[in-house]
Design a protein around this ligand. Structure first.
Ligand code: ADP
Length: 190
């Protein structure tokens, strides 16, 4: 199986590149942000809980996120592989993902990290907020909160995969197609 973690700060382009990667490699795309938003839209109990954290730019608690992700992975009968988008976002999530995949006789193949500087992220998120109506992209304070949470809680996940020799950093600024080609080159060499 080909199991990829697509990593990067909010606004790095994970969603855009995931869409292209799943088409090319026929992987199952699991975006925790998308799943939470679908639950919010559907008015589920999980959605209600997630919304209270997302609206403040905080992470949804690990136990909730890990449980949801595991159940999504378990739903797949015979996947060619997964692209994990927006997960893991904490070291505890990274460990839980390793344990889950190990129980299925597989593992993470590589982490592809889109590297984009903070000033560019703030600009992109505000534009996305206008276009998509996503509430968490419209308020500069919430955006800053997310970037701060990323630096404090999510950055250590990079070290986790560096320690496993699986981390590949890719510049996330430039043409979408150029970035996509750089990602594909890493996958094809993995
Ligand atoms: P972005 O990458 O732009 O921040 P996402 O759609 O990936 O957007 O996530 C939106 C929000 O959903 C996050 O700010 C966070 O509150 C919540 N979320 C998504 N993934 C996770 C996760 N793995 N752990 C905890 N919270 C998460």
């Amino acid at each position: 199986m080909l199991n990829i973690v697509l990593f990067g700060p909010p606004g790095a382009g994970k969603g855009t590149q995931s869409a292209k990667l799943i088409e090319k490699y026929h992987l199952v795309h699991l975006s925790t942000g998308d799943i939470f938003r679908a639950n919010i839209k559907g008015g589920t109990e999980l959605g209600l809980l997630a919304k209270s954290f997302i609206d403040q730019g905080k992470l949804v608690p690990d136990e909730v996120t890990i449980g949801m992700l595991a159940s999504e992975v378990n739903k797949q009968a015979d996947p060619k592989g997964f692209i994990f988008d927006g997960f893991p976002r904490t070291s505890a999530q990274a460990k839980a993902l390793d344990d889950l995949l190990q129980s299925k006789g597989t593992s993470i193949s590589l982490m592809l990290a889109l590297e984009v500087e903070e000033e560019e992220l703030r600009k992109r998120l505000l534009i996305r907020g206008k276009d998509s109506g996503r509430a968490d992209d419209q308020n500069p304070d919430i955006i800053q909160n997310r970037i701060d949470v990323y630096n404090a809680e999510t950055m250590p996940v990079k070290d986790y995969y560096l320690g496993q020799n699986k981390y590949k950093g890719i510049p996330g600024i430039g043409e979408i197609e150029t970035i996509f080609n750089a990602l594909c080159a890493e996958i094809d060499h993995a």
